[in-house]
Design a protein around this ligand. Structure first.
Ligand code: SF4
Length: 297
């Protein structure tokens, strides 16, 4: 059994939230920079990407949220055997309340019945926790913040889909993903990043699709067939001409991450989780007593 000093965990998780909200990961920032170089200097896409980069710089410099929508908070923990997850949940909730009071998080969790925001962002369904048991004596803690605009344009398809001409095969999957990108244009703050789950059910499809954002942008699927599909969708998506913020341009998506879950014979789902350019993901590795070993990403 590992001992957890709750105050120490709370401090680290507060820092994880602060960093995720204010400091865009280097791989995402690099992708934006590269995209700007591909655009015509002085054109709409070039300006939009330049403004995004300026925003990223200012957020980091002033320790301020990258976007007014601080999104849904999804925590992914991998803990050692015997670890007290209740204490970690408690520390995380306290850290969220602190980060809200400190202005790193907007009051973003709303009671859908009364329409009233929760003061601290700690509420039913907020945050979202995912726990796994690992073999190591460390805790791997990761956070993704996903804004509502990008969540609104995420989509789930049931194959076959006659309108798209999509059968129950990988060509059908490709058509669904490209349709989701096309439907999202002008919304969801492109360039986007896609997390895709082939198979699963309604709930696990969305969960698994979203967890793909834990991958770095250059991390290809270990499954060669899916890796090829990722590359081909990325290529085709960037030929659509949707561009940054839907104003036209050469970069519509920065990354495509596809994974698969088993399905039942009667169901073939394709779930596309759409992430805006503000892919806020951070992580840290902690020792069993709560000491920070290193930052991830
Ligand atoms: S979609 Fe992303 S960048 Fe656009 S407002 Fe929402 S969180 Fe911000």
């Amino acid at each position: 059994m590992f001992s957890v000093r709750k105050s120490l965990w709370r401090e680290h998780i507060f820092d994880l939230i602060r960093r995720t909200a204010t400091d865009l990961p280097a791989d995402v920032e690099r992708a934006i920079r590269r995209a700007q170089l591909r655009e015509k200097r002085g054109g709409n896409a070039w300006w939009v990407l330049g403004e995004i980069l300026q925003n990223v710089k200012l957020a980091r410099r002033h320790d301020a949220p990258l976007c007014q929508d601080t999104g849904t908070l999804s925590f992914y923990f991998i803990v050692p055997p015997g670890f007290d997850t209740n204490a970690l949940v408690g520390a995380t909730r306290e850290a969220i309340a602190m980060a809200t009071r400190a202005g790193y998080l907007r009051q973003n969790a709303i009671d859908p019945v009364s329409g009233v925001p929760y003061q601290t962002n700690v509420a039913p369904g907020s945050p979202v926790f995912s726990f796994r048991q690992g073999a190591r004596k460390t805790v791997d803690a990761r956070l993704i913040m996903k804004g509502g605009g990008s969540e609104n344009v995420s989509a789930q398809y049931v194959l076959p889909d006659g309108e798209l001409g999509a059968d129950r095969d990988l060509e059908g999957v490709r058509r669904c993903i490209l349709d989701a990108i096309w439907q999202a244009q002008g919304q969801g703050c492109a360039p986007g990043i896609l997390g895709v789950c082939v198979g699963g059910d309604r709930a696990s499809g969305y969960e698994h699709a979203k967890s793909q954002f834990l991958r770095k942008l250059n991390e290809r699927s270990p499954n060669r067939t899916l890796a090829r599909l990722e590359a081909s969708v990325m290529w085709d998506a960037n030929k659509l001409g949707v561009g940054p913020m839907g104003l036209g341009g050469r970069t519509t998506v920065f990354g495509v991450h596809i994974d698969a879950l088993s399905r039942v014979p009667a169901t073939y789902l394709v779930t596309v989780s759409y992430m805006c350019w503000a892919l806020r993901r951070r992580g840290m590795l902690l020792g069993p007593e709560g000491g920070l070993k290193r930052w991830l990403y």
